[in-house]
Ligand binder design. Structure first.
Ligand code: ZN
Length: 329
């Protein structure tokens, strides 16, 4: 019901979003007419974002998926888009016949594309040409041992090729694997304490190899060392769930997107983009402007390009937005 309403007022939403951001401190401004408008006919609910080695934006989306719980119903259409970050043009599409319910996406330093599928309970690694290199988890089988996931949400790859999986909706853990995909260790359980999770939803590494996790329904970000020892956390004081994080300290800091509802979800307040320095101090925040009758967004992932521009995907409106760094006077 709500989804339909927001779709119908799409044009108004974009306009108001722009006004919101240009009236802030001017650091990031919505880029209008980006990406190309024809993208809407190619794309379903967009869930994951990455930047490839050529600087293009890679989008993981749900095309015409209708059932997240039936692993036999694979999406027949393409689920990945490669978009020129400057022109907004779609350069390539792929990923048909492989996925049930696309979720997280990450591009590693070698250009490999890692994705998670919460319907299949699996993690996939492809090279930049789309060749499947690795598949972890058992198709359609949820579990919590070393061979299974339960709706894994995201992947982060370390310098040495080892990688971490946030797992996920069904489990409340982070699992580390060797470069060849061998289980190494795990941490986390359901809860609100240090090192516990309530939907670890997005994961990334900082320049020191520390592991940063968007602990979604605990409305916080947790930071661990490479072995999973808790270091520190940031709590979202307004109580908004933290959906995604991106450690981009050479391009402006740590970025996050949150999503806030009230009255058991009856009132949607929308998403913020939050920018932190390396000490978890908030340095910029924009997007949601509070309870009002106008547009809202539900940002599910965030990515930063080389120039420091921000990209977000909005589940409510099935769209990708680009925010450019404005001039700082
Ligand atoms: Zn999600």
């Amino acid at each position: 019901m709500l989804l339909g309403m927001y779709c119908m007022i799409g044009a108004t939403m974009v306009k108001a979003q722009e006004q919101t951001n240009t009236s802030s401190d001017g650091k990031y401004i919505l880029v209008e007419d980006w990406p190309e408008s024809s993208i809407r006919s190619n794309m379903g609910q967009p869930s994951g974002l990455g930047i490839d080695r050529e600087g293009n934006l890679i989008v993981f989306h749900r095309a015409d998926a209708i059932d997240s719980s039936d692993p036999k119903r694979l999406i027949s259409k393409n689920t990945m888009l490669k978009i020129d970050t400057h022109s907004g043009e779609v350069l390539k599409e792929r990923g048909d016949g492989l996925f049930c319910w696309p979720h997280g996406l990450n591009v590693d330093k070698d250009g490999n594309i890692w994705v998670t599928d919460v319907g299949l309970h699996q993690v996939f690694k492809f090279d930049e040409n789309g060749v499947l290199l690795m598949k972890l988890g058992v198709t359609g089988e949820a579990g919590s041992d070393t061979m299974h996931f339960n709706k894994p949400t995201d992947v982060a790859v370390a310098e040495d090729g080892s990688f971490y999986v946030s797992d996920g909706y069904g489990n409340s853990r982070v699992v580390k694997f060797s470069p060849s995909g061998k289980f190494m260790f795990q941490w986390g359980e359901k809860g609100t304490g240090e090192g516990q999770f309530n939907i670890p939803h997005s994961i990334d590494l900082d320049g020191d190899g520390n592991v940063i996790v968007a602990d979604r329904n605990n409305a916080r970000i947790q930071k661990f060392d490479a072995k999973g020892n808790f270091l520190e956390e940031w709590r979202n004081e307004v109580g908004a769930n933290v959906y995604a994080i991106k450690a981009a300290f050479t391009k402006g800091g740590l970025f996050a997107v949150d999503y806030r509802v009230e009255n058991d979800g009856a009132q949607i307040l929308g998403s913020n983009i939050i920018q932190f320095d390396s000490d978890f101090n908030v340095v910029n925040q924009q997007g949601r402007i509070g309870a009002y009758d106008g547009p809202v967004c539900r940002y599910h992932d965030i990515e930063i390009d080389e120039a420091g521009n921000i990209y977000v995907v909005d589940l409510l409106e099935n769209r990708i937005q680009k925010f450019e760094r404005g001039s700082i006077d």
